[in-house]
Design a binder for this molecule. Structure first.
Ligand code: URA
Length: 246
């Protein structure tokens, strides 16, 4: 038996919280009876569940790591008909990018059709770590490094990097930064606030997962990687169990 909102989320309808809204809106029925109680349990072996009269069935969950290339939109579709990250995947199910990398940013992008997993990674309270390699238009000054670590104003609130390092000796316009923010254009805006331009941006790690595949390639996350995410970044006590993928 599984609680109705969890069942909807596991079927990829939306997150558990959004599924609760669908239930309260009277759009979900079990065995042809509208269910509006959030504490209703579904027996998957017997019950038939519908959303707006369409059958809701459990489907395979996807957890994908892509090493995003340049010149691709992080979106499911583009009004200008440019190539999207979804066009790269050879998968029929509807899959969503977790967060966003800019058109010319490369690196680690996760994609999933699991609403709970998506929510877990994108919830700001879960402080999911990101690491980026950044090429700047000029050397990063020590005083500016301190400011970026202390916090700089990028509307509507301050942002900060947790760590900044210079991996190449005598090359102080190439930096590696760590942060836990997912605001759009966050890294570029942080540097622009101090009058630097970002010439190239590569995400080397997201939620502890590194891009160990060629640019433009993708693979399924391993069960160990999925577990790492579930047990490290989930702040609430609810346990989300994700079945082994076959
Ligand atoms: N920050 C940016 O400015 N761009 C990205 O693509 C990701 C983070």
């Amino acid at each position: 038996m599984v609680r109705i909102n969890k069942y909807l989320a596991e079927c990829g309808i939306s997150s558990r919280r959004k599924s609760e809204e669908l239930i309260l809106q009277g759009r979900v029925a079990v065995n042809n009876q509208i269910v509006t109680s959030l504490s209703f349990y579904v027996d998957e072996t017997k019950d038939s569940v519908t959303l707006d009269s369409d059958p809701v069935k459990r489907k395979r969950n996807y957890y994908i790591l892509m090493n995003k290339p340049r010149g691709v939109i992080t979106s499911t579709e583009d009004e200008k008909n440019r190539k999207t990250v979804i066009d790269i995947l050879n998968i029929k199910e509807r899959i969503y990018p977790v967060g966003r990398l800019d058109y010319n940013t490369t690196g680690v992008l996760l994609l999933t059709n699991d609403g709970d997993f998506f929510q877990l990674l994108t919830h700001p309270g879960n402080s999911v770590p990101r690491e980026y390699e950044v090429k700047l238009d000029r050397d990063l000054e020590t005083t500016d490094k301190e400011k970026l670590l202390a916090g700089v104003w990028i509307s509507p609130r301050k942002g900060k990097f947790n760590k900044i390092s210079f991996p190449k000796k005598k090359n102080n316009n190439f930096v590696v930064i760590e942060c836990t923010e997912g605001r759009n254009h966050f890294v570029k805006k942080m540097f622009e606030a101090l009058d630097y331009r970002v010439n190239s941006l590569n995400r080397t790690s997201y939620a502890g997962i590194r891009a160990n595949i060629p640019v433009g390639d993708y693979r399924n996350l391993t069960q160990a990687e999925i577990n790492h995410i579930l047990y490290n970044y989930k702040k609430s006590n609810r346990k989300t169990r994700i079945k082994e993928q076959t």
